[in-house]
Write a protein that binds this ligand. Structure first.
Ligand SMILES: Cc1cc2nc3c(=O)[nH]c(=O)nc-3n(C[C@H](O)[C@H](O)[C@H](O)COP(=O)(O)OP(=O)(O)OC[C@H]3O[C@@H](n4cnc5c(N)ncnc54)[C@H](O)[C@@H]3O)c2cc1C
Length: 401
């Protein structure tokens, strides 16, 4: 599967990290992590810090999958509203999921600070706009349930939006707990850090095509014929993890994003907050460190990469139209656009942990629009499991939820 195409901004802004080579021989390790995206990098971080020896492999360049295409907004708000999620899985579990997401933003900030990784982590508020009257009604219900669940949230009336942001919408939810990062820089920074600090072994361009179990161990087979013997396997293979699972657990979507030419800082909206809306698929945006506007949305069901790519120009134009409708006074001009593959689960939550009888094979599948916060949660839950510690969040994200 081709995970993205076009010109992802982070791939242009950051130089390609080449500090590792493909696997050339048979090796043994305690834990193998399949995937060097942000999920694999965070899992490696947690394991290395816990003194557990691990090895990473990736069929592509390091962090060259969805991670390099991500717009990398960090929000505690999940694609499925707390109101809807509470109806589906009960308010207690829904609140656990929302609180876990909220905590993971703080954990990511602390982790980058402690390891001194410049992931361009910046705190920004979030504005969730009502797309229409129905959206406004949903926002009012959502505001109520988030207040009752003691989650950070404020309600902004239409007049507040007009006065402060020059946005003409019926209302919005606002909170100041979000952040944004450069996801590629974060993943590469973590991997480099642990290569130096813990002698983490990383093998790009090394595809795992199968595995067998020999007594209490796994023997992984690579496309080029080498084997990796290990006690535990972590599947951080993103949207290609399906080959390790016996059944389909997510729906794939094609998604589109663009970044503008650099703006003058005073041309950008107040607070440079993250903005998204109640409509599905939603339109969303953020800014970058070099004063560009980055936006995305226009999701459609994924059929194949050729069809996804063929719509890039049309979808770029649609994103531009949506932006100019929202901010008539900001002269945004597109510099680069790209498309990627994305996936959603029935309840908007990720799948984390072992799948039924697949003992010692842990899945870290941070699906949905909040993939990165889910990656942080997955890394912690899996590290705890390997250390033999129970994690109070695990049942909410498990395969048999
Ligand atoms: C356009 C776009 C915008 C997004 N915006 C946001 C956002 O604002 N906020 C947010 O939180 N999330 C966002 N996401 C989602 C987020 O980017 C993903 O959840 C996250 O990058 C997934 O990281 P990952 O490490 O799990 O997967 P990937 O980055 O895809 O890494 C998985 C790696 O596994 C490797 N691999 C797969 N199979 C094998 C195999 N058999 N052998 C060896 N290697 C293998 C792949 O090559 C790949 O490098 C967005 C995604 C896209 C595409």
């Amino acid at each position: 599967m081709d995970l993205h195409s076009g010109s992802p901004y982070w791939a242009i802004k950051n130089s390609l990290y080449q500090g590792a080579h493909p696997l050339q021989e048979n090796i043994s390790t305690d834990v193998t992590i399949i995937g060097t995206g942000i999920t694999g990098a965070l899992v490696a971080h947690e394991l290395c810090e816990a003194g557990i020896t691990c090895t990473m492999v990736d069929k592509r360049a390091i962090a060259g999958g969805s991670t390099v295409a991500s717009t990398a907004q960090l929000q505690y708000e999940i694609d499925v509203s707390l109101y809807k999620l509470s109806n589906e899985i009960g308010n207690k579990n829904a609140t656990v999921a929302y609180r876990a997401s909220l905590k993971s933003i703080n954990d990511l900030e602390a982790l980058f600070n402690k390891a001194q990784i410049d992931a361009e982590f910046v705190r920004v508020p979030t504005l969730l706009l009502a797309s229409n009257r129905a959206g406004l009604r949903k926002l009012k219900d959502e505001y109520q349930i988030r207040k009752e669940s003691k989650l950070p949230v404020d309600f902004l009336e239409s007049i507040d939006l007009q006065n402060k942001y020059q946005i003409d919408r019926l209302g919005a939810l606002w909170n100041d707990t979000s952040a944004q990062i450069d996801c590629y820089k974060a993943a590469v920074g973590l991997i480099q850090h642990h290569q130096k600090k813990h002698d983490l072994k990383v093998y790009p361009y090394t595809e795992i095509i199968g595995y067998k179990r020999e007594r209490s161990q796994f023997v992984l087979q690579t496309l080029k014929g080498q084997t990796i013997t290990c006690k535990y396997v972590i599947i951080a293979a993103g949207f290609e993890a399906g080959r390790f699972l016996p059944k389909k657990i997510m729906d794939l979507l094609s998604t589109y994003a663009l970044v503008s030419e650099p703006m003058r800082p005073e041309q950008l909206w107040p607070e440079r907050c993250l903005i998204w809306e109640t409509r599905h698929p939603y339109f969303y945006m953020r800014t970058t460190a070099d004063n560009r506007i980055m936006m995305g949305g226009e999701d459609i069901p994924y059929k194949n990469a050729k069809l996804r790519d063929a719509k890039l120009l049309q979808k770029t134009k649609a994103l531009e139209r949506k932006f100019h409708k929202l901010f008539k006074h900001i002269p945004m001009i597109t510099d680069f656009s790209w498309c990627g593959t994305f996936s959603s689960t029935h309840d908007g939550l990720p799948y984390i942990g072992e799948y039924k009888d697949k003992k010692n094979m842990f899945f870290a599948l941070g699906y949905g629009g909040n993939g990165i916060t889910f990656s942080m949660i997955a890394a912690q839950i899996i590290c705890n499991k390997i250390k033999g510690k129970k994690d109070p969040r695990e049942s909410v994200f498990s395969f048999d939820r």
